[in-house]
Design a protein around this ligand. Structure first.
Ligand code: ADP
Length: 393
C-alpha cells in the first residue's frame, strides 16, 4: 500500500523514545516536531497544524489524558488523530485514552513495521476526512453563491417589472389618444390594434414577473376565506367566451352550483382558473372540446376541479418539467402560440399555498387534463344541510 507523508507531532518526556520515533518517522518522509510534555504539545498544536499526534501518557506538567480531554473540547484539535504510546504495563491507561478519543495505541518501544502501518492507517483516515471537509466547504460556498445569484435575479425581476410599468402605461395612453385625434384609416387602425395586443401581452408578462418575485421573496400574501367556487368558474368561463367562439371550441361546465364553499383567495383562484382554462383553449387546435368539472369529495373534504382539453397534449419526456419556471415545450405548435412559461409555475405555487394539490395527465396528440383540489371550508357542508352560517377557513 502506498505510504503517505504527514506532519506529525511526537509528545514524550523520554528523550530517547522521542529520537527513536523521530528517526523512524523521518525515514518514511514524514515531517516531525517534538514536544517533551503535554503543555508544550498543546502550545504547538494551537500554533501549527498537524496530521497526527503520537502521545505518551505519563508526562510532567500535563499528561496524555489531559491533552486528549483538552483536544476534544477544541473543534480544530478534535479532528487530529492521536496514537497513544504506552508502556507494556500501562495497557489500562491506553484503553482509557481510546475511550477519550485516541485513535489507536502502540507499545513502547514501538515495533518499526507496526509503527509504519498504524501511522499510515491514521494518516489515510485523516486525509480522507480533510478531503470530505474541503468538499463540504466547497459545496457550501457554491450553495451560498447560487443563493446570492438567485436573490440578485429576483431583485432584478422585481425592479424591472416595477420600472417598466410607467412607460408601458404611457404607451397605452398614447395609443388611446391616437384614436381620438382624428379619423384613422383602416391600415392605421390595424397598426394600433397590433400595438394594443403587444401591450396586453407585456402587461400580462409584468404581472407574472411581479408574482414570481413575490413568490421567491415570500411576499405573496393570500386572503383565504370561504369561497363559492362554482360562481367563480362560471365567471371565468364567461370571460373566455370570445376566445371560445372565435376559435370554434366548445367549453362545457359540469359544475354543480351547490358545491360546498372552499378555502381560497378569490383573486388568486381567478388567476389559477384563467391560466388552466386559458392554456386549454390556447393549446387546443380550433374546434376542440374543453370541459371543466368540479366534484365534492366528502371523504377527504375537498373539491376536485378538472380542466380537460382535446388539444396538443404534452410529450412524455417533457412532462416532468411542466411546472418549472420558464418551461415551454419544444413542440413547434406550442412555440407558435404566445407564452412565457410562467403561468403553471405560479398556478402550482398558488394552489399549494391554499393547501391544495395540483397534477395533470396528458397524452401527446390527444389532450391534457389538469386537476387541482381545494379544502372545503369548515362547517360548509353542515351549513348547507342545517343552515349554519358560521363557515370558516
Ligand atoms: P405558457 O402557456 O405561457 O407557455 P405555462 O406555464 O402556462 O406557460 O405552460 C407551460 C408549458 O406547458 C406550455 O408552454 C406548454 O408547453 C405546456 N402546457 C400547458 N398547458 C398545456 C395544455 N393544456 N396542453 C398542452 N400543453 C400545455
Amino acid at each position: 500500500m502506498q505510504s503517505l507523508q504527514g506532519s506529525i507531532l511526537v509528545v514524550d518526556d523520554n528523550a530517547v523514545i522521542r529520537q527513536i520515533l523521530k528517526l523512524s518517522l523521518e525515514q518514511n518522509q514524514h515531517r516531525v516536531t517534538l514536544a517533551s510534555n503535554g503543555q508544550e504539545a498543546i502550545e504547538l498544536m494551537e500554533k501549527h497544524s498537524y496530521d497526527l499526534v503520537l502521545l505518551d501518557i505519563i508526562m510532567p506538567k500535563m499528561n496524555g489524558f489531559q491533552v486528549l480531554e483538552y483536544m476534544t473540547q477544541v473543534p480544530e484539535l478534535a479532528q487530529i488523530p492521536v496514537i497513544v504510546i504506552s508502556a507494556d504495563s500501562q495497557i489500562d491507561n491506553a484503553i482509557r485514552c481510546i475511550q477519550l478519543g485516541a485513535e489507536d495505541y502502540l507499545v513502547k518501544p514501538p515495533n518499526q513495521t507496526l509503527l509504519r502501518t498504524r501511522v499510515n492507517a491514521s494518516l489515510r483516515k485523516k486525509f480522507l476526512h480533510d478531503q470530505q471537509q474541503a468538499h463540504q466547504a466547497e459545496m457550501e460556498r457554491m450553495y451560498e453563491a447560487v443563493k446570492a445569484a438567485n436573490q440578485a435575479k429576483t431583485e432584478f425581476i422585481s425592479m424591472a417589472a416595477h420600472e417598466l410599468r410607467n412607460p408601458l402605461s404611457q404607451i397605452a395612453t398614447t395609443n388611446t389618444l391616437f384614436r381620438r385625434v382624428g379619423t384613422l384609416n383602416e391600415k392605421q387602425t390595424q397598426l394600433l390594434d397590433t400595438v394594443n395586443f403587444s401591450l396586453e401581452r407585456m402587461k400580462a408578462l409584468l404581472v407574472d414577473l411581479d408574482d414570481i418575485a413575490r413568490l421567491e421573496t415570500g411576499n405573496m400574501r393570500l386572503e383565504v376565506q370561504p369561497l363559492n367556487l362554482p360562481e367563480l368558474i362560471y365567471k371565468v368561463a364567461e370571460s373566455m367566451q370570445h376566445d371560445v367562439i372565435t376559435r370554434h371550441h366548445s367549453l362545457t361546465l359540469h359544475v354543480p352550483p351547490d358545491l360546498p364553499l372552499v378555502c381560497a383567495d378569490r383573486q388568486r383562484m381567478i388567476q389559477v382558473l384563467t391560466n388552466l382554462v386559458g392554456n386549454a383553449l390556447k393549446y387546443t387546435p380550433d374546434g376542440g372540446q374543453i370541459t371543466v368539472t368540479a366534484v365534492h369529495n366528502s371523504q377527504n373534504h375537498t373539491v376536485h376541479v378538472t380542466v380537460k382539453d382535446t388539444g396538443l397534449g404534452i410529450q412524455a419526456d417533457e412532462q416532468s418539467q411542466i411546472f418549472s419556471k420558464f418551461f415551454r415545450s419544444d413542440d413547434a405548435e406550442v412555440r407558435a402560440r404566445p407564452g412565457t412559461g410562467l403561468g403553471l409555475y405560479i398556478t402550482k405555487s398558488l394552489v399549494e399555498m391554499q393547501n391544495g394539490r395540483i397534477w395533470f395527465e396528458s397524452n401527446y396528440g390527444e389532450g391534457t387534463e389538469f386537476h387541482f383540489t381545494l379544502a372545503v371550508a369548515e362547517g360548509a357542508v353542515e351549513a348547507e344541510m342545517v343552515q349554519i352560517t358560521a363557515v370558516t377557513c
